[in-house]
Every structure is written in structure tokens, then in C-alpha cells.
Design a protein around this ligand. Structure first.
Ligand SMILES: Cc1cc2nc3c(=O)[nH]c(=O)nc-3n(C[C@H](O)[C@H](O)[C@H](O)COP(=O)(O)OP(=O)(O)OC[C@H]3O[C@@H](n4cnc5c(N)ncnc54)[C@H](O)[C@@H]3O)c2cc1C
Ligand code: FES
Length: 277
């Protein structure tokens, strides 16, 4: 396969589509060759003639031959991806971005905090950290969604538990037959049984959730360099050329999208978080 330049995508095939919620699908994609990627990285996904969007990787290359992407119908391009059918082509560039730091986890407890579609990039971390061949600490997941019908990976919760993770699932507002937790993820941080001073946290979700969770973890005594999150920005090139994603003094696409809370504060990556003291 000959690549012409860095902006030339390669063709891949959508093998399987799994409907997860009313506006989220999981795509199992066959790659033209085996590609190594890491949790926290993303691909630029394009629909020919329509546009290109950054989408996080939700599979783990050590446990999957292909690639899994989880896409929420948000606007023009993601709606076209949402309406794509099994067997059709999709165009990809990547993997891009730095990915989650794994070494800092050591054998400390690992706290994963996900909100909505933010569960997608954290999903491969569950596979990584519950892998018994590696000497990671205990894994705790707090996973929040707006409504019960929005819990994207609801069918996998039992699997995560069998893999050894302690899981707290919550919804902001309940309806139907939901008899589980109700509240924002921040309401359940106190229920995590872990030594928060030595633990490492990986956080992903809507910006307001990340802002509040990082602040609360900090107040619980977690060192800022051990609070890891992934930031969203409007992206065009994905490779540090166009400047669309520039924040503070960093390119979110190449320096990130994963940053520690320490870096976010130090480089003022999120101006709107200035009240996070
Ligand atoms: C590193 C990264 C990883 C991402 N991973 C995923 C993922 O795994 N799954 C997923 O469903 N989405 C993910 N997103 C968000 C996704 O890229 C946007 O939803 C998409 O670009 C919207 O494009 P569109 O053409 O469908 O919408 P548009 O028609 O362009 O816009 C629709 C709405 O979405 C907003 N929007 C556009 N781009 C972004 C963006 N980058 N971030 C936030 N809001 C945006 C617009 O302001 C507008 O309100 C990720 C974004 C980034 C930066
Ligand atoms: S998206 Fe172009 S520089 Fe980051």
C-alpha cells in the first residue's frame, strides 16, 4: 500500500455495526494490514466527499486484529458514519496522538471515570489494566450516563466485573425500570475504595464532567500528575500542521489529546477552567 502524503487516508471495511444506543454505534473495522495503536490514540475518519472527524480508538490492539470505533451521531460527518452499512468502506488516517501513559500506573490502584461516549477511549484501558500478566493494581470504574438508555456499554459491565474491575454505574436521571445509582459521577467518587493519594485516575467525558472530576480528585488528595484526561478540540489535520486545535502552548492533536491535570493547569490548556483551584 503506497501512501502519497500524510493527508492521504487508507481504505478500510466496516465489517460489523453494533447499535449501542439511539445515537451511538460501535463499528468493527477490518484494517488492510495489522496496525499497532495504543489506548487514548485516535484516527481521523473520513467519509469520501463529506469530511473528516477525529474518533478515539475503543479497541486494544493486543486483543483485537482489527479496529473498533464508537461513534455518536453529533452532526454532519458523524451522521453519515452513523448511516453507513456493514460492508461499506471507511477512510482512515492514523493512529494519531500520544495515548494514555500506562507506566505511571505501576502497581497502584487504577480509577477510571467515564461519562457518556467518554467510555469509548477508556474501554481499552480496562483490558490493559485487568490483564493478569501485568502487575497493575485494582481497577475501579465509575461510569455515568444521562439516562439508562444512554449506557453505551451496558452489556459489557458484567464482563468488566468478571475481569476483576469494581464497577459503579450511574445515570443523571432515571426512567423506566432503572433501579441503579442516580446522580453525577462526582457524587460517587467518595464510594471508590482506593488510596486516592497513591492511585492513578484516567478521566474521559464531557468537558464539564472532566472539569468537576479533576477538581474533586485533586481535593481528595490525588497528585495532579496522576490525574490523566483526554481533551477534545476542533481538529482539521490531526498532525500538528493547521493550528485548529492549538490551546495554551500545545497542539491537542500531537502533544495530546491525553494530558495530566498538572499539564492542563501549567499550560493553561483550558482557559474556562480557571476557577478550578
Ligand atoms: C481526539 C478526539 C477524539 C474523539 N473521539 C470521539 C469518539 O470516540 N466518538 C465520537 O462519537 N466522537 C468523538 N469525538 C468527537 C467527534 O470528533 C465530533 O463529534 C465530530 O468531529 C463532529 O463532527 P460532525 O461533522 O459530525 O459534526 P458538525 O456538523 O461539524 O458539528 C456538530 C456539533 O458538534 C460540535 N463538534 C464538532 N467537532 C467537535 C469536536 N472535535 N469536539 C466536540 N464537539 C465538536 C460542533 O461544534 C457542533 O455543535 C472526538 C473528538 C476528538 C477531538
Ligand atoms: S488539528 Fe491541525 S494542528 Fe491539531
Amino acid at each position: 500500500m503506497k501512501r502519497v502524503n500524510i493527508y492521504t487516508p487508507f481504505r478500510a471495511e466496516i465489517k460489523e455495526i453494533e447499535k449501542k444506543t439511539a445515537d451511538v454505534n460501535l463499528y468493527r473495522i477490518a484494517l488492510p494490514k495489522r496496525i499497532k495503536y495504543s489506548p487514548g490514540q485516535f484516527f481521523m475518519v473520513s467519509v469520501w466527499g463529506a469530511g473528516e472527524v477525529p474518533i478515539s480508538i475503543t479497541s486494544h490492539s493486543a486483543f483485537s486484529d482489527g479496529l473498533e470505533l464508537c461513534v455518536r451521531k453529533a452532526g454532519f460527518v458523524t451522521s453519515l458514519i452513523y448511516n453507513a452499512e456493514e460492508g461499506t468502506d471507511i477512510w482512515l488516517r492514523g493512529p494519531y496522538g500520544n495515548g494514555f501513559p500506562l507506566d505511571i500506573a505501576g502497581n497502584s490502584d487504577i480509577v477510571l471515570i467515564a461519562g457518556g461516549i467518554g467510555m469509548a477511549p477508556l474501554r481499552p484501558l480496562i483490558y490493559e489494566f485487568t490483564n493478569r500478566n501485568k502487575k497493575y493494581g485494582n481497577v475501579k470504574l465509575v461510569y455515568g450516563s444521562k439516562y439508562p438508555d444512554d449506557v453505551i456499554f451496558r452489556d459489557e459491565i458484567e464482563v468488566y466485573k468478571q475481569m476483576g474491575a469494581k464497577v459503579i454505574v450511574s445515570v443523571d436521571r432515571k426512567n423506566g425500570e432503572w433501579d441503579g445509582n442516580v446522580g453525577f459521577v462526582t457524587d460517587f467518587l467518595g464510594s471508590i475504595k482506593a488510596d486516592m493519594v497513591s492511585a492513578v485516575a484516567y478521566v474521559c467525558g464531557p468537558e464539564i464532567m472532566i472539569k468537576n472530576v479533576t477538581r474533586d480528585l485533586s481535593l481528595m488528595g490525588m497528585p495532579h500528575e496522576k490525574i490523566i484526561t483526554t481533551l477534545e478540540a476542533h481538529m482539521k489535520c490531526g498532525v500538528g500542521k493547521c493550528g485548529h486545535c492549538y490551546a495554551g502552548c500545545k497542539y491537542i492533536c500531537t502533544d495530546g489529546p491525553v494530558f495530566s491535570y498538572k499539564e492542563i493547569r501549567e499550560y493553561q490548556l483550558m482557559q474556562a477552567w480557571e476557577d478550578n483551584k
